[in-house]
Design a protein around this ligand. Structure first.
Ligand SMILES: Cc1cc2nc3c(=O)[nH]c(=O)nc-3n(C[C@H](O)[C@H](O)[C@H](O)COP(=O)(O)OP(=O)(O)OC[C@H]3O[C@@H](n4cnc5c(N)ncnc54)[C@H](O)[C@@H]3O)c2cc1C
Length: 392
């Protein structure tokens, strides 16, 4: 391979959430050595919506567009509301984040953002790493893989998202209604009043005002449903939940998020450092990744600034175990899982729930959660996960 660009100290593959956050964190840490970020995308559009609970401090709090201190779970005519003034649910549109970070990176003299650059083979030798790209080869002493599931560090043993792989799949519409029907004080996290399809199936509603909301039809399971079926479910929901017959769809967002445990206990190489999804920041039991990514990136940037660019593990051991049990119980009986969640919503406080969702549960929170859940399915799940662990 011929090297057409100067040797970068910090080469970041992928300028999505993790790659941009890492570059920004390196600048914030005072890193002055060259930072190169390469991505196939030509520009940054409002391609996703980040929701999370405001539990951990992070640098993008000022970009949050809306906060709700109440959220609900619904099934038929039953609604369970949870609330938290300490940890409200936040909405951060991706375009705000991209604009803010990219402006800072472009203004930094040591940072080079290469868009429209497709990344190919990565070769590692004693001296460093060389990456083939559509803009020529890039070399570095080590690189950060922020390419999601498509990068060089994604383990060959962990499947790519697709049919037969457990994923959260959703299609959401940003809807403007002709009448004021949405309750703008409360997010609907999960409404199970949908057509059963053998997977965990629910609708999620972020109400921006009484006439505007993001309404997402979501499945968690192996195969999901067709996009046309998702659209049909959103239409049906707008009709039967809100009595709407007409509305306008501003835009649509679609996702397939793998809900897989990415084991990072033994990194394959010290020169290839996974970040974001590649490192397992997508929480397997929920699909949430924004805050985990910020925590991982902050720790990694601190190591780089100290001259120790080593991979940073994601998630605590006990949360990893609980996530495995949750996923196991979900896969064994997806439709019963909605009853378990309704029970959890009834018995657990909003503060405890928010901390659990954001990896900040205390031992007392975890005990309350275990007490709130039906015991038998989760004990069976824990035994199956334990057995699986012993077999490996
Ligand atoms: C629609 C949607 C909604 C989501 N909502 C939430 C939410 O509410 N809360 C939450 O916590 N998480 C959410 N997530 C999950 C998660 O936060 C995001 O997927 C997040 O963007 C993952 O960050 P990442 O940097 O790992 O991957 P990405 O942001 O996907 O970045 C990967 C980058 O790698 C680039 N790339 C890949 N292959 C190549 C190649 N061969 N050459 C060059 N470039 C390449 C891509 O262009 C991309 O820019 C959502 C995801 C989606 C898709």
């Amino acid at each position: 391979m011929s090297t057409t660009s100067p040797h970068a100290s910090n080469l970041i593959l992928g300028a999505g959430l993790a790659g941009l956050s890492l570059a920004d964190a390196l600048l914030r840490r005072g890193v002055r050595s060259p930072i190169v970020i390469a991505d196939a995308r030509e520009d940054f559009t409002n391609d996703r919506t980040w929701g999370f609970w405001d539990v951990h401090p992070h640098p993008y709090r000022n970009l949050v567009q809306q906060r709700w201190s109440q959220w609900s779970f619904r099934s038929g005519t039953t609604a369970r509301r949870q609330s938290s003034l300490l940890a409200p649910y936040c909405y951060l549109p991706a375009d705000r984040f991209y604009r803010d970070v990219v402006t800072r990176l472009r203004a930094a003299s040591n940072c080079n953002l290469l868009l429209g650059t497709t990344i190919g083979e990565v070769c590692e030798d004693g001296a460093g790493v060389t990456v083939e790209t559509s803009a020529g080869d890039l070399s570095a002493s080590h690189l950060f893989d922020a390419m999601g599931t498509r990068g060089p560090t994604w383990p060959s043993t962990v499947p790519q998202p697709g049919p037969g792989v457990i994923c959260q799949r959703f299609l959401g519409w940003f809807v403007t209604a002709t009448e004021p029907v949405f309750d703008s004080s409360c997010v609907t996290l999960m409404d199970f009043d949908v057509t059963p399809n053998g997977e965990l199936h629910f609708v999620y509603v972020l109400p921006f005002s009484s006439t505007r909301a993001l309404v997402e039809d979501t499945t968690i399971g192996l195969d999901g449903i067709q996009l046309t079926e998702h659209r049909g479910e959103v239409e049906r929901y707008l009709g039967h939940r809100y009595g709407l017959t007409t509305w306008q769809v501003e835009r649509e967002e679609v996702a397939t998020i793998p809900m897989l445990h990415v084991n990072r206990s033994e990194p394959s190489s010290k020169r290839l450092i996974p970040v974001g999804t590649a490192a397992g920041t997508v929480r397997p039991s929920s699909g949430y990744a924004f805050v985990r990514t910020q925590l991982q990136v902050a720790a990694l940037a601190a190591r780089v600034a100290e001259g120790r660019p080593f991979a940073v593990p994601v998630g605590r051991h006990r949360d990893v175990f609980l996530d495995r049990v949750f996923l196991d119980v979900l896969q064994h009986d997806p439709e019963a899982f909605s009853r378990n969640l309704m029970m959890l919503a009834k018995r657990l406080s909003g503060d405890r729930f928010a901390r659990f969702m954001m990896d900040a549960a205390s031992p007392a929170d975890l005990l309350s959660m275990i007490a709130a859940l039906p015991k038998l399915p989760f004990v069976r799940g824990a035994v199956r996960v334990g057995r699986e662990h012993v077999r490996r």
